[in-house]
Design a protein around this ligand. Structure first.
Ligand SMILES: [Zn+2]
Length: 415
């Protein structure tokens, strides 16, 4: 972690500032000057920094990791936080992690079946992500125009954090309870982000007004203490900032992965002090699939909200956030343009085509119907153009496939 991040870090329990405990074991990275391993102290607690990630909660694995850092055993601390309790599996993961050639998929596999990582490979074309990416980039373009930092709360392995990399200054913070996801995000999905390990059911470990944009996607319905999290997102958002919650499950509509959803009016009340607007996700998805504009000007009608499986909430104390946004498909990749991993490449004589294949029946049930709005089952492609991938710039002739997420701008060494 960067030393400068200490300025926005606060204890989730006493609210105090954090300082590096000089008398405890610590290691500063010689090249970057960043804090690699250390103990941070406030008025009430001590928290470990492991592999450059501050761990701002007190779960048993965090306590064990803190003891290991205090004993000068950072590799033991990391094993506890990666939940690699099996000796052989831990050794396999560490060997893989040390290889510069390892991909995101390799390391997800090496974390073992207990790590729910499989679907993250496909997330960049999930309908949930397609809407979240468009909404978050639109709002960030307004509220971070003159600078300001974004935070992705419960951001998992950093897909949406990646969307904020070129809009947030300083670099976006990624907050999540899963140490492994944060570690993967910093290495692959959102390089340069500042990961912080913390619990969305506790006060957020950040200073008041620290962020110009607070984002929480596909996570709010899994949080039990929703009133606390809503208040916390608004507390850490600056006065001219915004809070954006995307893919919040709707209690009025059944979902295979419901969590503990609320009805639209309850979400509205939670964010009431920041003038929230509510949108039905499927309406926004249709606008995006049609090429825009993305209309965030006014609330969707109550019957439209009530019928939609998932909701988007945009809360801001400024009127210029809520308007219609044009959409673009950047021609320069953040990573590299490749074929969406949901597609197999089939060659049949002189013809080449891409064929959609969902990774599991569960995935097809949750995302299939909405994804088929833009991911067609069979897509003919020009073999020569396809051969130019991976590419840093979008090859001429693939713009339409990129707009339909059949060609994706993926992190390097993704799979
Ligand atoms: Zn404290």
């Amino acid at each position: 972690m960067k030393s400068a991040t200490l300025a926005i870090l606060r204890c989730p329990f006493c609210g105090g500032r954090l300082e590096l405990v000089e008398s405890s074991f610590h290691r500063i990275d010689a090249d970057s000057g960043e804090i690699a391993e250390a103990i941070l102290g406030c008025y009430c607690c001590v928290f470990p920094v492991v592999a450059g990630i501050p761990v701002m909660h007190l779960d048993p694995a965090a306590a064990a990791a803190r003891e290991a850092i205090e004993a000068g055993l950072p590799e033991h601390a990391a094993r506890r936080l990666f939940a690699l309790d099996d000796e052989a599996q831990a050794a396999r993961f560490e060997e893989m992690a040390a290889s510069p050639a390892a991909t995101f998929r390799d390391l997800v596999d090496a974390l073992g079946p207990a790590f729910e990582g499989g679907y993250f490979l496909y997330r960049f074309s999930d309908p949930t992500y397609v809407v979240a990416d468009a909404v978050v980039r639109a709002v960030a373009g307004t509220v971070l125009r003159e600078g300001g930092r974004a935070i992705d709360v419960c951001g998992g392995s950093g897909h949406l954090t990646r969307s904020l990399l070129d809009l947030s200054s300083p670099a976006p913070v990624l907050a999540d309870l899963s140490f492994a996801k944060l570690w993967l995000a910093r290495r692959f999905t959102a390089p340069g982000c500042e990961p912080v390990c913390c619990d969305g059911n506790a006060p957020l470990p950040f200073a008041k007004d620290a962020f110009g944009l607070v984002v929480c996607s596909d996570a709010f319905h899994y949080i039990w203490t929703k009133r606390l999290l809503a208040a916390e997102t608004m507390r850490v958002a600056a006065g001219r900032g915004a809070v954006v919650v995307t893919h919040a499950h709707n209690a009025h509509v059944w979902s295979p992965s419901a969590g503990m959803p609320l009805p639209p009016e309850a979400y509205r009340e939670l964010f009431d002090e920041m003038a929230p607007r509510l949108f039905a996700e499927s309406v926004l998805l249709n606008e995006i699939v049609a090429g825009g504009p993305l209309d965030l000007a006014s609330n969707h009608a109550p019957d439209v909200l009530d019928a939609d499986p998932a909701l988007t909430i945009v809360a801001a104390r400024r009127a210029d956030v809520c308007r219609a946004y044009t959409l673009d498909t950047p021609a320069a990749a953040r990573g590299e343009f490749r074929v969406n991993p949901l597609y197999d490449i089939e060659r049949d004589g002189g013809r080449t085509r891409l064929r959609l294949r969902f990774p599991s029946p569960d995935y097809a049930e949750e995302y299939g119907a909405a994804a088929r709005l833009y991911l067609h089952d069979e897509v003919p492609v020009d073999a020569g153009t396809l051969a130019s991938l991976p590419a840093n710039r979008l090859p001429a002739g693939l713009a339409d496939l990129a707009r339909r997420r059949i060609i994706l701008d993926l992190p390097k060494q993704w799979w």
